[in-house]
Write a protein that binds this ligand. Structure first.
Ligand code: GAL
Length: 426
């Protein structure tokens, strides 16, 4: 075949199979490090993946298992240090600032301006997505932390006639559940899950002001004071209701125990709902959600966000940049916000969406968020890295875990220990 004929043959092949060659060709790749690995959460992140792929980009999934994200953050640090960051990673607000200082994040102001993020997002949320005034991350949701999840048929069988609204009622429900042979509170003994319970007790016993003094102001008198001792006394008491087989268990396996009727309750953020939803269960029918006893009116929250990284030289090309921008844009589009948050258990982070498209727990969450905003009762979660850096959060984890493992530890001294650990980590 002459050269001319060979070229003609190639051209005609290309015109014969334009779709095949086109479909195989990605417009660019976006690699995302996240820790949404439970059944329900994987289903939620799949929504994002599908949209990105439909837009012609390749989604490179770098999920790192481990609730609360400590394992994912370790992987991320190692990758960043070796000059191989992903395009985007699930990072919480105070740490966005830390990564920004290291000059590893990239501005997505172009996407933000084109899509009006400043008016789409509550100002408080927009502010924490920025580093030095530039958007470097996109938020995807608002998760409430201070929830108690209940299996009403288990409660009924144990003779618990109403959802506990105070700590005393919680203990009483726990006694009845135990006496009837159930696990009272499904709980995995992992540092972040222990600290979730601790944080809820802080809100219940010390209120939102006490919480803020302790974990935002790091006020010595508050951390060492008598109310903090009461929190640790309550933690010891609550410990007697936790799943005796929960040591080291993942949160979703514990949620499954409530779903399957082995346990009556779980204290967990509303990503727990993603497991109920994935199991085909319905709010107010198969399960109930109530604010953690004693913390009604307070709304503690964490916001999941995807921070955007500067790409390594070999990956830094227009296609991959376009893929990263597409991810940022899609994350705040209403259709994604609806479907993702319906699956994830959280509420949308953008304003003005129709909450009648959500279940009763999400509707209650949105309503409680708005009223907590009006009464100055919002609490950025310490256990989920919203009020503190990861280092400070880690210091609290250590103290709480130590206290729970050492049954002889003195509740009156735990606050002092916590103060010292926080100071060392700051
Ligand atoms: C939180 C995160 C949630 C959920 C949870 C359990 O930090 O905000 O989306 O993944 O951890 O892993």
């Amino acid at each position: 075949m002459t050269r001319i004929n060979r070229i003609a043959a190639m051209v005609s092949l290309a015109t014969l199979f334009p779709l095949a060659s086109h479909a195989a060709e990605s417009k660019g790749t976006v690699e995302v490090v996240h820790y949404w690995t439970s059944g329900g959460e994987a289903k939620s992140v799949d929504v994002l993946k599908k949209i990105i792929e439909k837009d012609g980009f390749t989604w490179q999934d770098s999920a790192v298992a481990g609730g609360g994200g400590s394992a994912a953050m370790t992987v991320l640090k190692t990758r960043a240090v070796s000059g191989n960051p992903p395009s985007a990673a699930q990072i919480k607000a105070p740490d966005i600032q830390e990564w920004g200082k290291l000059d590893l994040l990239t501005s997505i102001d172009g996407v933000a301006k084109a899509n009006n993020w400043d008016s789409l997002l509550p100002k408080a949320v927009a502010d924490i997505m920025k580093y030095e005034g530039h958007y470097v991350a996109v938020p995807v949701n608002i998760h409430r932390i201070n929830w108690l999840w209940l299996n009403p048929s288990v409660l009924q069988e144990a003779g618990v006639t109403q959802a506990p609204a105070t700590l005393e009622e919680l203990y009483a429900a726990g006694d009845k559940l135990k006496a009837a042979g159930f696990i009272a509170i499904a709980h995995g003994g992992q540092a972040w899950q222990d600290t979730t319970i601790f944080e809820n007790l802080v809100l219940s016993i010390m209120g939102v002001q006490g919480f803020r003094k302790a974990f935002i102001d790091v006020d010595e008198a508050t951390l060492e004071g008598p109310q903090m001792a009461d929190v640790f006394i309550a933690l010891r008491k609550l410990q007697s209701y936790l799943d005796p087989d929960g040591n080291g268990q993942d949160w979703n396996l514990e949620t499954a125990k409530v779903i399957n009727g082995k346990a009556g309750m779980q204290i967990m953020g509303d990503w727990a709902k993603s497991e109920w939803t994935a199991a085909g269960k319905q709010a107010d029918v198969d399960y109930q959600c109530v604010p953690f006893p004693g913390s009604q009116g307070v709304y503690s929250y964490t916001i999941d966000s995807l921070a955007m990284f500067k790409l390594a030289t070999k990956k830094d090309n227009p296609g991959n940049i376009a893929a990263r921008d597409a991810l940022a844009m899609v994350a705040l589009e209403p259709e994604f916000q609806y479907v993702f948050n319906q699956n994830k258990g959280s509420i949308p982070v953008i304003k003005g969406l129709d909450m009648t498209r959500f279940d009763s727990c999400a509707q209650a969450s949105a309503k409680d968020f708005a009223s907590a905003e009006n009464t100055d009762s919002l609490a950025p979660s310490m256990a989920f890295n919203m009020s503190t850096s990861q280092a400070v959060q880690g210091a609290v984890f250590d103290v709480v875990t130590h206290f729970m493992n050492d049954k002889q530890a003195d509740p009156a001294k735990a606050g002092k220990r916590m103060l010292a650990a926080i100071r060392a980590a700051q």
